[in-house]
Design a protein around this ligand. Structure first.
Ligand code: GRF
Length: 201
């Protein structure tokens, strides 16, 4: 069993999709050991608590320095036995020392087909507005490995949706989110199986 920590800032629908996949046996090689949010009111923390999963509010604002914040994050991750970190709507930059410590073991989901429509400032409705403004016929979702640059690491899995002529950012967001909910568990399974094979051949 690979221990997953999920980091998120908002409602947590991708986290819920991951839990559903685990419960439904579609992601049986993993278990969620911890949820962390920078936002104490985040739906993702409430979802975790109602599923009996340790849920922590860890925010830069609680600490005098970035160093102290990073230390707290690493202690929380390690003390719960985290092997793979999954970002699910995490709106903050992952501290560089966490990226180093978990190099190649952090995944993110982005609501467009990277490398297009990624990078700093490309989040939420901004992404879908840009896709429509560029008159793209196809968009989708991407799961990628996190490195030091925003939306940059290698791509694990992508899935497309068609952009219809009358599409609005709202309708496109809903379509892409539906795809994300199937894609993220698939990508995690794929990646986790590879990690398990590498470490426990
Ligand atoms: C998703 O659209 C994801 O692509 C982006 O943030 C959103 C998170 O939504 N990174 P949720 O909190 O999982 O519902």
């Amino acid at each position: 069993m690979l221990q997953l920590a999920v980091l998120g800032s908002g409602r947590g629908s991708n986290f819920q999709a991951i839990l559903n996949a685990i419960d439904g046996g579609r992601l049986s090689s993993t278990r969620v050991c911890l949820v962390i949010s920078n936002n104490s009111d985040a739906g993702i923390l409430a979802l975790a608590r109602s599923a009996g999963i340790p849920a922590l509010h860890v925010s830069q604002k609680q600490f005098p320095t970035e160093e102290a914040f990073t230390d707290a994050m690493i202690v929380a991750l390690q003390s719960h036995g985290t092997e793979l970190i999954v970002l699910a709507g995490y709106m903050k930059r992952v501290p560089p020392r966490v990226v180093r410590e978990y190099r190649g073991r952090i995944l993110n989901i982005h609501p467009a087909l990277l490398p297009k429509f990624g990078g700093q400032g490309m989040y939420g409705h901004h992404v879908h507005e840009a896709v429509i403004a560029a008159r793209e016929r196809v968009s989708g979702a991407t799961v990628h490995v996190v490195d030091d640059e925003y939306d940059h690491g290698s791509i694990v899995l992508q899935r497309t949706v068609e952009v219809s002529p009358d599409e609005t950012p709202g309708t496109l967001a809903a379509k892409v989110l539906e795809v994300e909910h199937a894609l993220y568990p698939d990508a995690i399974r794929h990646y986790a199986d590879r990690m398990l094979q590498l470490h426990h051949p």
